[in-house]
Design a protein around this ligand. Structure first.
Ligand code: ZN
Length: 425
């Protein structure tokens, strides 16, 4: 179907112009891949996958050259360049995979100015229709602009047959919506960066439907995986409509990104993005509850930059060079944010309370119904390290989130343990 038929509201023309034209979600739709590739790419494209994703897709009957990236590829600058060199004079890319393969093809296609089509092999993340690619660059997890696939094909038989932890991660990523959207609202309140309810109108109902299908996701029901695939696609659309990842990526994502950055720097495997985000969303939801209940804010300007710089260097070691510019830009605006908070905290707090962010308990019940990770123990993450990540995550990105607010009203770092307890993680 046309993407516009999936979206419940009218889209602004500039967003519609960059979004995928076609989205096919259903049983057996992999059979439509060859036609979609012919229409949107043509010729003999470079088909990119890894051994797992290529096996999940099964034999594909379309003209192509194959690039098998080998087991567990990373979405980093080096691999993007590997794709671009391998493409040669092929007219575009066909991504066969989910998060990593889709991001690699999206970024390479954007840099080359060629189209690509994706056959998704798992409902594990919301990047299929989004206008950004998450790429590791000099050790820093960055999101770079990149036009999404011309056609997104999600065969629910393939999605349901994928390892259960992938769809569980997709649901975890989606459940962050109420906290990340609140972070986006908050940044606008404190810095006037802009906020719109339209992205919420695009995706909210689909997220509710996917959450309601949580038990079916655990049971590998193709229809439940279809609901999840629709919501993940619309979550990508919501980011395009917003012109930013902000409505789907707030402070809860920063914890996950920092876990990834440290793992990669240490040569460890990363965990699934959405598996981490499901758990960090519980932390963010508990942090919002604590902020709404906060009785005596202690507005806390940051220390002088020299002191902050020394702290970032000490805390982040080899990652500090990539992180410092982000921390510095955000710190430079902290005085203005605190002025606004001093003036308007009671109103901001009241409006936060009115956003009806789900409780950690309600969110955890949905994660558990899907069999998704719902605690630090489920992630095999020591609590002391999670507390450290919780304290540091705000440093890695310039964008203001609930983490900054919590420090600037004096709730963090003192309440870290209490918030982790309240999150039930
Ligand atoms: Zn995410």
């Amino acid at each position: 179907m046309k993407l516009v038929d999936l979206v419940p509201v009218a889209l602004p023309a500039d967003a519609a112009a960059v979004l995928p034209e076609e989205v096919l979600i259903g049983r057996g739709v992999r059979g439509a891949l060859a036609d979609a590739v012919k229409r949107h790419v043509g010729g003999e494209p470079l088909l990119v996958g890894d051994p797992d994703t290529l096996a999940a897709a099964g034999p594909l009957d379309l003209p192509h050259r194959l690039l098998d990236l080998g087991p567990h590829p990373h979405a980093d600058d080096e691999t993007v360049e590997h794709l671009r060199a391998a493409r040669g004079d092929a007219p575009g890319y066909v991504a066969v995979g989910s998060g990593t393969v889709n991001d690699l093809c999206k970024r390479a296609a954007a840099l080359d100015g060629v189209p690509f089509v994706v056959l998704g092999t798992a409902a594990s993340m919301n990047g299929y229709a989004s206008g950004i690619a998450a790429i590791l660059s000099d050790g820093l997890k960055t999101t770079v602009p990149a036009r999404p696939a011309r056609a997104v094909i999600l065969d629910t038989d393939i999605l349901a047959a994928a390892p259960a932890r992938l769809a569980q991660a997709g649901l975890g990523d989606l459940l962050s919506k109420p906290v990340s959207d609140s972070d986006w609202w908050l940044a606008d309140q404190l810095e006037g960066t802009g906020y719109s309810t339209l992205p919420g109108q695009v995706v909210d109902r689909a997220v509710d439907a996917a959450a309601a299908a949580a038990a079916g996701i655990a049971a590998r029901d193709p229809e439940a995986h279809g609901k999840l695939g629709e919501a993940l696609t619309l979550s990508g659309v919501a980011m395009v409509v917003a012109g930013s990842s902000a409505p789907a990526s707030g402070g809860e994502h920063l914890l996950s990104h920092l876990w990834d950055m440290e793992a990669i720097a240490a040569g460890r495997e990363t965990r699934l993005h959405g598996a981490q985000v499901g758990v960090t969303t519980l932390i963010s939801a508990a942090l919002y509850q604590a902020l709404v209940a906060l009785e005596a804010p202690d507005f806390t300007p940051p220390p002088a930059w020299a002191e902050e710089e020394a702290r970032v260097r000490r805390e982040f070691g080899g990652l500090a060079a990539a992180i410092l510019p982000q921390t510095k830009r955000k710190q430079a605006r902290a005085g203005d944010r605190i002025d606004i908070l001093r003036d308007r905290w009671p109103e901001v707090q009241k409006r936060l309370a009115g956003r009806a962010i789900p409780s950690p308990e309600a969110l955890r019940a949905t994660l558990k119904a899907a069999g998704a990770p719902a605690s630090l123990a489920d992630l095999d993450e020591p609590r002391a390290n999670a507390a450290r990540i919780f304290r540091l995550a705000r440093d890695i990105r310039d964008r203001v989130t609930v983490l900054d607010l919590a420090f600037e009203v004096g709730l963090l770092p003192g309440a870290i343990d209490d918030v982790l307890d309240a999150a039930g993680v």
